[in-house]
Design a binder for this molecule. Structure first.
Ligand code: PGA
Ligand code: ZN
Length: 420
């Protein structure tokens, strides 16, 4: 059984050019190094207030090189639960502010990588064991907005889900066509103005609804049938819009009550082929979230991101507020706690989506979590910028390696095909 010999922290840079934390874990038998694993912490911009706290990168790196290194040396690298319990115990705070969630998540994932390397298996296989697995269905951003585009439009993510695709590779082929078509439409109108933080087009639109019509147009321009081949997913990230009990749509110069927002979203569901809505209401507006899920939850996936912050306890207490959970390991700090949240979601009958952050890197560990844990969906931003493409491309490699051993790609099952 390989043991942890050394843990190193390193200050590296993320996709927004901001410092972040890399951890490297070296494992061996006795003092002889056998394998190593590496992981980098991502960073959010539209963070939920309940998220675990990250430290400034230099302070987090120092913690890795001192107290974390001392705490983990000689532990068995295969025992992820024990490693994560040790990290949680040494941190000793409810919000991880002593060690820093960025330090903890980088180390937790790097241990998993090192164990897979020592066992000479891919990371997804460490999590899957002998269970058969499928590739997750991608949610891919076409226009970025909200906190990722200086509030240019209020809604944060306008995404596609290729619900008619028969494989991960086919979903990416179709998304490439839709992304190109969406860009061509903007260029034709003289509105092409670069990309937002996750690689989606900069949203040069006059209303929050206009991108929905544009997206339907782009799907059709790509030669696909809206709602049948490719449908729409939105992240409203409504916590960002909520002040004084109202939802502020700065682009449209108006603010809505919870019930007005509810009515607006129901209208969108009637007019556009939307199959998933994330954080349609604010993290502190649980009653509105619950009412919306009661009204629309049988037609559409309703995802809690800021609302759950990957916390198993919040999912257990949700009482039907959503019907799906976003899983972001750095919101909670460790692999084991992320898995606990997935298990809570499954116990509640909720779906799950593994997600990246708006600040990302070349690290592809989360793709392996999604595959290995059998999570049906994956959200890592748009179809541009290599911190995003690295993850889509990793999915392609895994799909190829699985070949005929893969379970069927779950897109058609998860998102029932219906004409728009
Ligand atoms: P963040 O946004 O990474 O900036 O928090 C992603 C999301 O809201 O899903
Ligand atoms: Zn979100």
């Amino acid at each position: 059984m390989a043991k942890i010999i050394d843990v190193k922290g390193r200050r590296v840079w993320d996709s927004r050019g901001r410092p972040t934390v890399e951890a490297e874990v070296i494992v061996g038998r006795g003092a002889t190094p056998l394998a190593a694993g590496r992981a980098i912490a991502p960073a959010g911009a539209s963070t939920g207030s309940g998220e675990a706290r990250s430290l400034e990168a230099t302070a987090a790196v120092k913690n890795i090189n001192t107290v974390i290194r001392d705490a983990l040396r000689a532990l068995s690298v295969a025992d992820q639960a024990a490693i994560d319990a040790r990290l949680i115990g040494v941190d000793g705070t409810p919000d991880k502010h002593r060690l820093g969630a960025n330090a903890m998540v980088a180390v937790s994932l790097a241990c998993a990588q090192a164990d897979a390397a020592a066992q000479k298996i891919p990371l997804w296989k460490k999590f899957a064991g002998n269970r058969r697995v499928a590739l997750p269905v991608p949610q891919i951003q076409i226009y970025g907005g909200g906190a990722h585009a200086r509030g240019r439009v209020d809604v944060q993510d306008y995404m596609v889900i290729c619900n008619g695709a028969g494989s991960f590779a086919e979903a990416l082929e179709w998304t490439a066509q839709i992304y190109a078509a969406a860009g061509a439409r903007l260029a034709k109108r003289g509105l092409l103005a670069g990309v937002a933080d996750e690689g989606g087009y900069w949203p040069a639109f006059k209303s929050n609804e206009e991108p929905l019509a544009e997206l339907v147009g782009a799907i059709a321009d790509a030669g696909l049938e809206p709602g049948v081949d490719a449908a729409i997913a939105l992240d409203i990230a409504a916590t960002q819009l909520y002040r004084g009990g109202r939802y502020h749509l700065a682009l449209e110069n108006r603010s809505l009550t919870g019930s007005e927002l509810h009515a607006m979203l129901v209208g969108w569901l009637e007019r556009y082929p939307i199959v998933s809505l994330e954080d349609p209401f604010a993290e502190h507006d649980a009653a509105a979230m619950r009412a919306f899920t009661q009204a629309a939850g049988d037609r559409v996936q309703i995802v809690g991101d800021d609302f759950f912050v990957t916390a198993a306890a919040r999912v257990k207490d949700a009482e039907g507020a959503c019907n799906a959970v976003l899983l972001k390991p750095n919101q909670v700090g460790t692999v084991t706690e992320t898995l606990a949240c997935l298990e809570a979601a499954r116990a509640a009958g909720y779906r799950a989506i593994v997600s990246a952050r708006s600040g990302e890197t070349e690290d592809v560990s989360i793709v392996h979590l999604a595959v290995g844990w059998g999570v049906g969906q994956l959200k890592v931003g748009s179809f541009a910028r290599s911190e995003r493409m690295a993850k889509w491309n990793e999915g392609l490699r895994i799909e190829e390696a699985l070949g005929a051993r893969a379970l069927p790609f779950p897109a058609r099952k998860l998102f029932k095909i219906s004409s728009a």
